[in-house]
Design a protein around this ligand. Structure first.
Ligand code: ADP
Ligand code: MG
Length: 246
């Protein structure tokens, strides 16, 4: 029997958009509805994630169902897993550690405003893919240099980066972004502010694959910034998670 979820999982959920995908209250329900690799589920429970948080219950189905998403949810509510879990599922999960990497080029890009946050996202991604041969790159000067080699680059599945670091490789012709199928802006309020906007717009322009799925995540999204966010998304679902009793 399900035990009642801890308080961090009980927030008010508001969803808006055309044909809003229905929430999934448990990971078991997601497993029934969507194609989720067993190893990913087992890594999930190894991480101690037994119940989805509110943003996960509401946001994950949106991403599983290939929709664009604008998600606003307070700090500490598990936004990282909200996008990593569906994206890792959808990218497919190499069956065994001895298998070759997919060599389909970079298929997911996660942008974060700071190195520190990019680093945290990378760690979470490594935990979820444990035991499997994913190539997940935390972009830095060193990795940028090794990725200048096309043979290396073609084996990378996911890149996590700050905008500036990525832009300099892209502009130097050392990186293509046209194979990217999933793009996430984490802490989008900062990525879409004046400092980062030109860089983020250049990256968006370079992610030219048709049918690319985009998602923005933030703890807060001032009206002006939200307008910008909705403009870069295609027929998005907007999810807002409020603290309980507010
Ligand atoms: P946010 O980005 O919303 O601030 P994080 O993604 O950094 O939140 O997650 C905050 C903490 O919650 C992390 O320590 C993470 O491991 C944990 N967490 C995420 N999802 C769950 C879950 N479903 N159950 C329990 N803990 C979770
Ligand atoms: Mg976060």
């Amino acid at each position: 029997e399900e035990v009642s979820p801890p308080p961090m999982h009980r927030h008010r959920i508001k969803m808006k958009g055309l044909n809003v995908p229905s929430q999934a209250d448990t990971f078991g329900e997601m497993k029934e509805r969507y194609d989720i690799p067993p190893q990913l589920l087992s890594n999930l429970s190894k991480c101690g994630y037994s119940h989805p948080t509110s943003i996960q219950s509401s946001g994950m189905p949106v991403l599983f169902e290939s929709r664009d998403l604008a998600a606003i949810s307070p700090t500490g509510t598990g936004k990282t897993l909200s996008y990593l879990f569906p994206i890792l599922s959808k990218l497919g999960y190499p069956l065994s550690a001895s298998q070759d990497p997919t060599k389909k080029g970079v298929r997911a890009l996660i942008l974060a405003p700071t190195r520190e946050l990019a680093h945290q996202i990378h760690n979470e991604c490594l935990r979820l893919t444990q035991g499997r041969k994913w190539r997940i790159v935390l972009f830095s000067k060193a990795t940028a240099n090794s990725l200048a080699n096309k043979a290396v680059r073609d084996k990378v599945d996911i890149i996590i980066s700050t905008p500036l670091r990525l832009i300099s490789s892209y502009q130097g012709g050392k990186l293509e972004l046209n194979s990217i199928q999933h793009l996430v802006l984490d802490e989008a309020d900062r990525l879409l502010d004046r400092e980062f906007l030109p860089q983020v717009q250049e990256i968006l322009g370079a992610c030219s694959s048709s049918g690319i799925q985009k998602a923005v995540f933030s703890a807060t999204l001032p009206a002006e910034i939200e307008k910008l966010a909705l403009k870069i998304l295609h027929n998005p679902i907007r999810v807002v998670i409020g603290m309980k009793d507010t």
